[in-house]
Design a binder for this molecule. Structure first.
Ligand code: ATP
Length: 345
């Protein structure tokens, strides 16, 4: 188990040359020692820029980065002692797997015997023990990326920064490597900062997720917190499907997750803490254990209900129903611009 390190970003702002608005707009974030932190957000929202700021590849116009309380804002990348893995594997093509992984150790003047031990250990960690003498071109994409992971952790950096490391892989391989990355994080106990635009990947892997939009972090929280209590429409939409309705006060919206919407006959009586809206069924589709029921609410919004398969009500497309949910399962959120404005401190 390695020593665990914290990363602190304070009021970070970065303009790319000539840009009218910042790629990173006054972001502050604390990453705890040993935490698996994911930056999640749409393309262009600033995830890679913030990761590159931590790595030292991109500078800041304002703000600071600290590791364990030490200010590293002006430290050169190679002095930061951070492991980095990008989407493209960037292995040395003429070196074997062993030589690739040994490279950062050789550069640091580690002894031959120690190199032998450490490379073996990380090869086992990424389950490539039998591939030490192959060249990168003799490996699959997934295997190459495992070599890149091994090379990034072999010198025991203070944290591992991963920028869409699974982005170039097909879905099946992606799922497998996700599990391997989760296992590596558990076994190493190291701080991981992981960039993705794939919400499922973020929910599977992360201790906490920072949701990016337009150079700002909209919300930071555990997967459960973000899913159950999103603070904005943006976060609600980005993490799964929701029913979104206008709230009772101005500038607010009410959201309810599809699994919390029950369907009843239009004349049904409501319980004390139940709320409802009239709706017409636009679609019914089978999704394994659930039926997915598409809805058109009376107010014009579209919605979705997930009900356990079996269809006891014999629902039909075109039918008028009552969409019902309990008060405890609805969340009132502010509009996105109000949340973004409030996040500035
Ligand atoms: N080297 C650069 N020069 C100028 N503008 C840049 C540069 N790199 C990124 N940008 C801009 O900064 C903003 C944030 O980009 P960034 O790559 O950080 O987003 P991202 O969330 O990582 O997106 P993606 O998921 O597509 O990688 C974008 O508007 C992008 O066009």
């Amino acid at each position: 188990m390695m020593k665990k390190h914290s990363i602190k970003i304070s009021n970070a702002t970065r303009y790319y040359p000539g840009a009218a608005k910042p790629a990173i707009d006054d972001i502050s974030l604390d990453i705890a020692p040993g935490e698996f932190m994911t930056f999640l957000g749409p393309s262009g929202s600033g995830k890679t820029t913030l990761l590159s700021i931590i790595a030292g590849f991109v500078g800041l116009n304002a703000g600071s980065v600290e590791i364990d309380g030490q200010d590293i804002t002006n430290l050169k990348p190679h002095k930061r002692d951070l492991g980095v893995v990008f989407q493209q594997y960037a292995l040395f093509p003429h070196m074997t797997v062993f030589q690739n992984i040994a490279y950062p150790l050789r550069q640091r003047g580690v002894s031959r015997a120690e190199i032998e031990t450490r490379v073996k250990r990380v090869l086992d960690l990424v389950q490539l023990g039998d591939f030490a003498h192959r060249l990168p071109r003799q490996l699959s994409g997934g295997q190459q990326q495992r070599v890149a992971l091994a090379r990034a952790v072999v010198y025991e950096p203070r944290a591992l920064l991963l920028d869409e490391p699974l982005g170039a892989l097909d879905k099946r391989l992606r799922d497998r490597l996700q599990l391997e990355i989760a296992r590596m994080h558990r076994e190493l106990g190291m701080t991981f900062v992981f960039v993705t635009h794939d919400q499922e990947e973020a929910l599977t892997l992360s201790d906490r997720i920072a949701v990016f939009n337009n150079g700002k972090i909209m919300q930071v929280g555990t997967p459960t917190e973000l899913y159950r209590s999103p603070n904005s429409l943006f976060v609600a939409k980005f993490l799964g499907e929701s029913n979104i309705m206008e709230g009772s006060s101005r500038g607010t919206n009410v959201i309810v997750r599809p699994e919390h919407i029950h369907l009843k006959m239009p004349t049904s009586k409501l319980g004390e803490n139940e709320l409802s809206k009239a709706a017409r069924i636009t679609e019914i589709s089978f999704a394994g254990a659930h039926l997915k029921v598409g809805l058109a609410f009376s107010g014009g919004e579209t919605g979705l209900s997930l009900i356990t398969a079996g269809n006891p009500l014999q629902l039909q497309r075109g039918e008028e129903v009552l969409a019902v949910w309990s008060r405890a399962n609805q969340h009132t959120v502010m509009n996105d611009d109000q949340v973004a404005a409030a996040s500035k401190s």
